[in-house]
Design a protein around this ligand. Sequence first.
Ligand SMILES: CC/C=C\C/C=C\CCCC/C=C/C(=O)SCCNC(=O)CCNC(=O)[C@H](O)C(C)(C)COP(=O)(O)OP(=O)(O)OC[C@H]1O[C@@H](n2cnc3c(N)ncnc32)[C@H](O)[C@@H]1OP(=O)(O)O
Length: 302
Amino acid sequence: MALAVGIRGLTRSLLRPWVRVPGPARGRTEPAAGGGDGVRCFGSPRVLVEPDPAAGFAVMKMRNPPVNSLSLEFLTELLISLEKLESDKAFHAIILTSDCPGIFSAGLDLMEMCGRDPTHYAEYWKAVQELWLRFYLSHLVVISAINGVNAAGGCLLALSCDYRVLADNPKYAMGLNETLLGIIAPFWFKDTLVNTVGHRTAERALQLGLLFPPAEALQVGMVDKVVPEDQVLSAARSELAQWLAIPGHARQLTKSLMRKPTADRLLKERDADIQNFVRFISRDAIQKALRVYLEKLKQKKT
Ligand SMILES: CC/C=C\C/C=C\CCCC/C=C/C(=O)SCCNC(=O)CCNC(=O)[C@H](O)C(C)(C)COP(=O)(O)OP(=O)(O)OC[C@H]1O[C@@H](n2cnc3c(N)ncnc32)[C@H](O)[C@@H]1OP(=O)(O)O
């Protein structure tokens, strides 16, 4: 089985050249995230980046409508945006949020895991691993401003950040709900949750596939702050000030000290994890469960 499609290879094959604000904002000079004037937004079709280099951070907005499902192309674009900000010394932090009303992310794209061939599954899973590793270990401060419902892989992305602000809307539940689909959160999803909420809460949440509404998410420590919906971004910005006041090298080394052992577990068995995923997801029973789940999502509209 061909597992060797690196994310840089993906990047070359999938991504259009870096583009300036596609869609409605194309060609405009928008106010920067922190209010600075004259700084151009940039991005790719599915990721809008609003830089505020003077303040040292950028707002990264996910916009893969309707539900910000993490397709291969979207994962790749998120990685490229992250890489671009990481390699620019002007940036010390990112606020990750959504441009899709009411949805932070519906998690991994079920269409990438359903009815495809093993080579595709392997390529997809490698990109999912890469996204987690890069966000989890980023030297930048990453704060998520969670402004919508946030399931499974989307929740993992938020858990990979350094701090989470969640909008206070009872519809905006968040969690690793894989078991509800008849699938299993991989060990590194589990480890990330355990590191955030502790073993007992994670054990219960993972088995039951719990999606926590804001008050409960705050209570178990899945998020750090719950604020009125219209204050999610400003609360994330205010929080950032505290993180940016710490000497960068000390904070980065401490982050690495805390997170490297967890990341190393995956790094040591990355190929085996891909093979496990491909074997698991290719099973007839799993494919059937995913099809039934997708069908249910569609039926709820009728
Ligand atoms: C041994 C083990 C080894 C290894 C491990 C093995 C494997 C397993 C690991 C897999 C880990 C998986 C992680 C995941 O992230 S799985 C995805 C989980 N996500 C969800 O359960 C959320 C599903 N979506 C929803 O609940 C709702 O869509 C949501 C987000 C609440 C929004 O609701 P609403 O606004 O009403 O929108 P719709 O439901 O109508 O959705 C619009 C449209 O989007 C489609 N869609 C929704 N979610 C997804 C998705 N995750 N992927 C792809 N497509 C999605 C939905 O079907 C609709 O499509 P339509 O064509 O009808 O417009």
